[in-house]
Design a binder for this molecule. Structure first.
Ligand SMILES: N[C@@H](CCC(=O)N[C@@H](CS)C(=O)NCC(=O)O)C(=O)O
Length: 204
């Protein structure tokens, strides 16, 4: 059994999506970020950064418990444990890493920047515009990619789809204006949304 500590943010959903899609048994422990539940001594013992998501796999490598933070590390851990969502073929695997990194290290931090500026006491319009433009550029490139192929990294569903979809769900809910006019992304997101594992993973 795996314990998952998470909230319904893109990073939290990303970890839960991986557990669900990989079919790994887990128990969700919701963490209320607005109440500071991520800053308690018990939580900081799991992740000194005080951030979700965190998993504790009581039957980790070698049968020993393992505690893991960083949503993308959790994605890779789930894929390796289950043998799912990471292509075996070297070229397909390289394509997966590229798409996964784009979703996790371009898309997700830009979402974080947009939310941080928008929620600040004195939101700076020009700074917000820079991050929204950057985000929009990434989405247009993803839209073109998904016009050529079924999934984020090619024909098969991989971890990259999970990472990208978690970001998409979050930004679509919070800032739908940035997501307009992207038909191929919408087609892909509709297919992702239809997956029962995704439906379970996005309900917090
Ligand atoms: N790079 C980390 C980022 C984790 C992160 O930023 N978590 C946010 C929620 S999405 C959080 O816990 N924020 C609360 C805080 O920093 O106080 C990951 O991918 O897991």
């Amino acid at each position: 059994m795996i314990d998952l500590y998470a909230a319904g943010t893109s990073n939290g959903m990303r970890a839960r999506m991986a557990l669900e899609e990989c079919g790994l048994a887990y128990k969700l422990h919701p963490i209320a970020l607005d109440k500071g539940e991520n800053k308690t001594p018990q939580f900081l013992a799991l992740n000194p950064n005080g951030q979700i998501p965190v998993i504790v796999d009581h039957e980790g490598p070698g049968g020993k418990p393992i505690t893991l933070s960083q949503s993308t590390a959790i994605l890779v851990y789930c894929a390796e444990k289950s043998g799912k969502l990471m292509p075996k073929d070297s070229a397909a695997r390289a394509a997966m890493w590229q798409a996964l990194m784009s979703a996790s290290t371009d898309i997700t931090p830009t979402i974080g920047a947009i939310f941080a500026v928008a929620r600040s006491k004195e939101p700076h319009a020009a700074t917000l515009a820079i991050f929204k433009d950057r985000f929009r550029h990434y989405l247009k490139v993803w839209d073109a990619t998904l016009g050529r192929q079924k999934h984020a990294a090619g024909d098969a569903m991989t971890l990259a789809d999970i990472s990208l979809y978690a970001g998409w769900v979050r930004i679509k809910a919070m800032s739908p204006d940035v997501c307009e006019g992207l038909p191929h992304l919408e087609r892909w997101a509709g297919e992702m949304a239809a997956r029962p594992a995704m439906q379970r993973a996005t309900k917090f």
